[in-house]
Design a protein around this ligand. Structure first.
Ligand code: AHR
Length: 553
């Protein structure tokens, strides 16, 4: 999303923080009579099937993500499964994480997968890509031990219930190494020398890795290519890739944010050679981070960032406003792709998303890029997931950056400490959408009005998505308003409501977050609602993520 040099410099700017504790009118909805908002779900208007993979996750060899976050070692006092943090595995299963991208990020284009296989004590030690970015590095973060490699990742996937998604190196290794990695992972037992090496490393059976990223951020750390140059490289890397029992899904390195040119020029160059090549590309990977809280004053990546924990009302709305651009990015890139790929063979992937704040809020000092997510990030993440749901026809896979100890992380971990962040709870709540049919939902609610640099401004009222699986309807909604409850009437066109359960994630303090000392400061609360008939009326508290699970009759 930005030049490597720019984002590895630490910001010195510190934002003035305003205490923003709201009066304690929350903790659950109550039946209400007067309404100011309406939600109508239209089950007959199907938008697409929600791919479980849009609830994906991402792991990179960066800061404390792999070492400490995931890998604690077999001899650790931290409960582990073959060296992998057990609490993380359990939490991933609980939130039904379907897929994990690995090993980067920018790291991927500097990584030789050969370094990470075989006897652990024989693996070479290398300089990590993030050497410069990590100002207070630990030896392990700075110099890559390769203790965690392909086989450990595959064990991690199996134990967490996830499918692997590998991002391959296009910048610094030849295409042959990409083929060999595919061969190592996928060639049938006993078929190739690399299948033999895999067996010696613990897995006779192939890993059958389907999803392969071909480069990462090829416009930046992945090679500084132009889109047309990258298209040529992509064609060369993918002209032949060994395929065994299962077909591969190849994902190309897409644009940074609103770089429409990157999308147009790549698609134009592919089409110039042969339009049928679109059939060989499964996904086009957009990366979008929300970081600029300067309200138009700067585009400088360091100066524009805000603080994860200290923020005022403007910053609350501003990061949500930035996050909400995701919808126009999906629509815009989809349109640009369609100018060349008219049948939309290629779907969108958003495999890096989230809010990016300046350093300083990390739970573990020295963990590069780690930040502490608050209630604000829960609302932000819920809005993002609702956006993906609403575009279920376009988005096949998404993952925030990154699973643990990083930017928009569902989990934080250090030594024997672990906690689920408010973002992790959102993923848990939203898991109910996976695999269901996204259906059109019309929400009308008063906009949130606030002062933006002394001038009146407004932000969208409630926003959300709904999905249907058999007779089970799941509606998820955020009320981004910092102080106003929304009295809401909900109906489902053509159906009656048999039963309803509501889950609410909110807090009286906008800055509330979970930490190792207070793991359950922000947790979802569920209650059954007395419901029968055509409508439900309830109060949606301010600064809240709500899920309503309805059975229809
Ligand atoms: O997620 C952190 C970094 O952000 C990734 O390595 C890179 O792809 C992006 O710029």
């Amino acid at each position: 999303m930005i030049g490597r040099r720019e984002f590895i410099r630490n910001s010195a700017v510190s934002a003035a923080a305003l205490a923003l504790v709201r009066p304690a009118k929350l903790a659950g909805a109550v039946a209400s009579t007067g309404t100011d908002s309406r939600i109508e779900v239209l089950p007959d208007e199907v938008l697409g099937t929600i791919s479980p993979n849009i609830y994906g996750q991402f792991l990179e060899h960066i800061g404390g993500v792999i070492y400490d976050g995931v890998w604690v070692g077999e001899n650790s006092k931290v409960p582990n499964v073959g060296g992998i943090r057990k609490e993380l595995l359990d939490a991933m299963r609980a939130m039904k994480a379907p897929i994990v991208r690995y090993p980067g990020g920018c790291f991927a284009d500097s990584y030789d997968w050969h370094d990470g296989i075989g006897p652990a004590d024989k693996r070479p030690k290398r300089t990590n890509f993030w050497l410069e970015g990590d100002s207070t590095p630990t030896q392990e973060h700075h110099y890559e031990s390769n203790r965690f490699g392909t086989d450990e990742f595959m064990r991690f996937c199996k134990a967490s219930g996830c499918e692997p998604y590998i991002s391959a190196n296009l910048r610094s290794l030849p295409a042959e190494d990409f083929y060999r990695w595919v061969e190592y992972c996928n060639s049938p037992a006993g078929s190739t020398t690399l299948a033999g090496a895999r067996a010696a490393n613990g897995s006779v059976d192939p890993y059958n890795v389907r999803y392969w990223g071909v480069g990462n951020e090829s416009w930046g750390c992945g090679g500084n290519f132009t889109a047309a140059e990258y298209a040529v490289e992509f064609r060369r890397f993918t002209a032949w890739v060994p395929q065994y029992e299962k077909p591969l899904s190849l994902i190309a390195s897409g644009p940074n944010s609103d770089d429409w040119q990157w999308t147009r020029q790549f698609f134009e160059e592919i089409a110039r050679k042969d339009k049928s090549l679109f059939e060989t590309i499964s996904g086009w990977a957009l990366h979008y981070y929300s970081w600029n809280l300067s309200r138009g004053r700067t585009q400088d990546f360091d100066q524009g960032k805000g603080d994860a924990l200290k923020f005022d009302t403007q910053d609350w709305y501003e990061i949500l406003r930035e996050g909400n651009r995701l919808e126009s990015l999906i629509e815009g890139h989809w349109q640009a792709m369609g100018e060349f790929d008219s049948t939309h063979e290629v779907k969108l992937v958003v495999d890096e998303w989230g809010a990016w704040y300046k350093p300083g809020s990390e739970q573990t000092a020295g963990n590069f890029l780690e930040q502490t997510p608050t209630l604000r990030d829960a609302v932000f993440s819920a809005m993002s997931l609702d956006t993906f749901n609403r575009h279920a026809d376009k988005v096949m896979l998404a993952s925030p950056a990154q699973l643990v100890n990083c930017l928009n992380s569902p989990f934080l971990a250090h030594e024997d400490n672990f906690c689920v962040t408010p973002i992790g709870h959102v993923f848990g709540m939203y898991a109910a959408h996976q695999g269901a049919q996204s259906v059109r939902t019309v929400i009308s609610a008063p906009e949130a009005s606030y002062q933006r640099d002394g001038k009146p401004a407004s932000f969208v009222g409630m926003q959300g998505s709904a999905s249907l699986l058999n007779k089970n309807l799941v509606l998820t909604v955020v009320n981004p308003h910092v102080s106003e409850t929304r009295e809401t009437e909900i109906s489902v066109r053509g159906a009656s409501i048999g039963s309803a359960a509501m889950t609410i994630l909110t807090h009286s303090d906008l800055h509330a977050h979970n930490s190792f000392a207070q793991r359950d400061e922000v947790t979802p609360q569920t209650k059954t609602l007395a419901a029968s008939g055509k409508t439900i009326t309830l109060s949606v508290p301010p600064a809240c993520v709500m899920k309503l699970a309805l059975t229809l009759i």
